[in-house]
Design a protein around this ligand. Structure first.
Ligand SMILES: Cc1ncc(COP(=O)(O)O)c(C=O)c1O
Length: 390
């Protein structure tokens, strides 16, 4: 056996728990997959038409590394209108390869080797991986189930050390579906200012909100725009996950450095996706509203069905398209629980530990599947769990 050529950096990154479940599920027949992290809707036709038009009009070449000015202007207008973030499209906004591209660039731009980034747990697994790739150290802060998965800002502040560089926020949250309250966001902004930390705010699910939930961008608070790297995506809002288009907003200095790095990583997101995104950001809103309405109905259905399963407890999600039930009454690890559901119910869910250490005792269910499949999966889950408890 020769020596491995794989770097220590690569080996430090664990395989995503979502992918692991997905791979196992692919080998089984008649499985309902509730592990998906993307909309099950099609990209709205007016966006697809704009992409076709862009190709015919010759938007098939390299673009500036920060993205086409048409895209940045459309994003600036949307940010000002919807997020109350007022940013200069020439210098303070850049197009990225999804929000994932923006998050990676943000970490590479602000984190020095050995510096710490506070990341939510349970939280999106890529945050930890991205901090590690930048040579930093992810430090988990707890989202508290009893507080509807808000963090305790006192507790968070006790994790700050002389090596802490940034706090990552994600609202609405994957995997909990929680939406950070205005109070929590303001307290975290105060903490960041006090401790001289930059906030990286992942707002990929900003439009997927239920009931009276409101989305507040931390960068809209007075003085916070330049102290935040705000990250947005077209993936979830417009069912455009495959188009790989998102954007980042921050100070002129940060955006200039992120753009410099993007030149050497991806150059820029696809020119065609950028033009499709212009149509999305400036177009009608009814597709988004219809999708959110459908998600809301499914959320209600999932909550109703899960409430009938003895032993499962579930905080009502206010955004995104996930629920994160507590399974600790069953006395098994979340991984064993998910494997049990896979084998006995033929339903794929993601163990909570795929979202960090504070995810233990939970599973993530995505309701980005048809109502029919949801009902089928939930009734199978109910039956499989009855067999466990009897
Ligand atoms: C919280 C969160 N942030 C970011 C992303 C990345 O999305 P994209 O790169 O498609 O914008 C995801 C995808 O699932 C996510 O759940």
């Amino acid at each position: 056996m020769g020596t491995s050529f794989v770097s220590e950096r690569a080996m430090k990154i664990p395989e995503s728990g979502v992918r692991v479940m997905f791979r196992i599920a692919q080998r089984l027949k008649d499985v309902v997959n509730l592990s998906l992290g993307e909309p099950d809707f099609e990209t709205p036709p007016y966006i697809v038409a704009a992409a076709v038009r862009a190709m015919k009009e010759g938007y098939t070449h390299y673009t500036p590394n920060a993205g086409l000015i048409e895209f940045r202007e459309a994003a600036a207008e949307k940010l000002s209108r919807e997020n109350k973030i007022h940013a200069d499209p020439e210098t303070e906004i850049m197009a990225t390869v999804g929000s994932m591209g923006a998050l990676s660039l943000a970490m590479l731009t602000v984190v020095n080797p050995g510096e710490e980034v506070l990341v939510p747990s349970p939280g999106f697994a890529s945050y930890e991986a991205q901090v590690l790739m930048a040579g930093g150290r992810p430090v988990s802060y707890r989202l508290i189930e009893e507080k509807e998965f808000q963090p305790d800002v006192e507790e968070l502040s006790r994790l700050v050390t002389s090596r802490t560089k940034a706090i990552l926020l994600n609202s609405p949250s994957n995997p909990t579906g929680s939406v950070l309250s205005e109070r929590t966001i303001k307290e975290i902004a105060e903490l960041a200012v006090e401790q001289n930390l930059i906030i990286i705010s992942d707002e990929a699910y900003e439009r997927i909100l239920y009931d009276d939930a409101q989305h507040l961008s931390v960068a809209s608070l007075p003085g916070m725009k330049d102290l935040t790297i705000s990250v947005f995506s077209l993936s979830k809002t417009y069912a455009m996950t495959g188009w790989r288009i998102g954007y980042a907003v921050s100070s002129r200095e940060i955006i200039s450095e992120m753009t410099k790095l993007q030149e050497h990583l991806a150059a820029h997101p696809s020119s065609i996706s950028q033009m499709a995104a212009v149509a999305a950001l400036t177009g009608p809103d009814d597709y988004v509203e219809t999708m959110v309405k459908e998600y809301a109905e499914r959320r209600n259905l999932v909550m109703r069905e899960l409430s009938r399963v003895p032993g499962l407890r579930c905080v009502k999600p206010m955004g995104a398209f996930y629920v994160f039930p507590n399974i600790s009454d069953f006395g098994v690890s979340s991984r064993d629980f998910a494997m049990h559901l896979l084998k006995e119910a033929k339903v794929v869910v993601v163990p909570g530990t795929a979202f960090g250490r504070f995810g233990e005792g939970h599973i993530r269910i995505s309701y980005s599947v048809s109502e029919e499949n949801l009902l089928k999966a939930l009734s199978r889950i109910g039956e499989a769990l009855e067999r466990v408890s009897t």
